[in-house]
Write a protein that binds this ligand. Structure first.
Ligand code: NAD
Length: 362
């Protein structure tokens, strides 16, 4: 018997976070939607995130920040953004004087996230940063510190935590519907093209692991509901492929979890094949997401049967969750600390890939 999720479950991440009152910022006027500034007007911002504001009760795009005047003009007109609320990267610090902006959503290449997050926090704004949070643990810590110092919330754009099928899968895991675990595995990949920032280490911070592999890692962590204690990784990168001159291709790893010692948590990723799935095998049953973390068209199967889950708009749910946390002074379901945990493990994965040794995460 699989119960349906309520809208509240979806919005609030099935109650997976504790509420705590915050007192650092002035209560947002509850009669007005929370005001969002979108920073970076590339594919993900303009094709997925910005359209998801349509129909939002509590979130509104009120400003844009971009390095391209033409995009500021085009998307500014499309979203009815006043010209005074269209900023370049050079002028973005002026947002401190714009009371309509409550939160800045940073949607640029990962290596640029730290600078933009810190500047937004210093301007007194809450921040959402896209994944991966940043190239290094030190960067993530800087971002967390800046938001704490400013008394502002920091969310990482882990949309899957707000997506109904993934929330249902998490519920099945927490309720131990599959019995004692036998194995858990997640694989993500796609066939990447050439000439992108994703294959430039200076902007991406790494290769497939940072970009698409993080979905497998994050899914293993949210499905298990606990933190891994060690990792062993193998990295395979083809020679003479122009896409992989600067960064890695395939990363496979296994994780030990406290309740799952000696068993396998694995993720295999590649930029040469399309894959998007996770599979959990327990003594009482199986759970399979296939596809598990796409933009839409999710399928969740428990014991081979497709589970009926009311689909939601995960982008909208992620944004609305942040707005409700800002308005109601609540903790964010996917805060900076969540992004930092993944980056810490990714650094250990790279170390293990380099040395061939298992790396402790204790
Ligand atoms: P994109 O290349 O389409 O857009 C990136 C934007 O950043 C562009 O507008 C570009 O002009 C700008 N930009 C590029 N280099 C810059 C620099 N050095 N400084 C400032 N701005 C720069 O990429 P995208 O696919 O939109 O990815 C952007 C971010 O969103 C990345 O962090 C990526 O990992 C993340 N993303 C997340 C998801 C998701 O499902 N959560 C999906 C896609 C991308």
């Amino acid at each position: 018997m699989h119960t349906e999720l309520t809208r509240r479950d979806v919005l609030l991440g099935a109650g997976a976070f504790a509420l705590k009152p915050w007192s650092f910022w002035k209560q947002t006027d509850a009669s007005k939607p929370v005001g969002w500034a979108i920073l970076g007007l590339g594919y993900y911002a303009t094709a997925q995130i910005m359209p998801a504001f349509a129909g939002s009760d509590r979130s509104k795009i009120v400003a844009l920040i971009s390095g391209h005047p033409e995009k500021l003009s085009r998307f500014g007109d499309q979203y009815n953004i006043p010209t005074g609320s269209r900023y370049s990267y050079e002028t973005m610090d002026e947002i401190r004087h714009n009371p309509d902006i409550d939160v800045v959503y940073v949607i640029t290449p990962p290596a640029t996230h730290p600078e933009f997050v810190v500047r937004a926090a210093k301007a007194g704004k809450h921040v959402t940063s896209e994944k991966p949070m940043a190239p290094t643990v030190a960067d993530c810590e800087t971002m967390i510190r800046a938001c704490r110092k400013a008394g502002r919330l920091l969310q990482v754009g882990y949309r899957c935590h707000y997506e109904a099928h993934n929330i249902r899968a998490i519920q099945a895991m927490r309720k131990k519907e599959l019995g004692k675990l036998i194995s858990i595995r997640s694989d993500h990949g796609f066939n990447i093209g050439t000439g992108q920032w994703r294959t430039q280490r200076a902007l991406a911070g790494g290769g497939s692991m940072m970009d698409i592999g993080i979905y497998s890692l994050n899914a293993l962590r949210y499905l298990m509901g606990e933190e891994p204690t060690s990792v062993q990784a193998k990295i395979t990168t083809p020679a003479n492929d122009p896409r992989f001159v600067d960064v890695e291709d395939t990363v496979e790893f296994n994780l030990d979890f406290p309740s799952f010692k000696g068993a396998l948590g694995a993720g295999g990723y590649s930029w040469r094949q399309g894959k998007n799935q996770y599979e959990v095998v327990g003594e009482k049953g199986t759970l399979r997401g296939d596809p598990a973390t796409p933009y839409n068209g999710h399928r969740l199967l428990i014991n081979g049967q497709e589970v009926s889950v009311a689909s939601n708009n995960q982008f909208n749910a992620q944004v609305e969750h942040m707005s409700s946390c800002i308005r109601d002074h609540k903790r964010v379901l996917t805060p900076g600390e969540e992004g930092l945990r993944d980056i810490r493990i990714i650094q250990a994965i790279y170390e293990s890939g380099r040395t061939g040794k298992r790396v402790s995460l204790a």
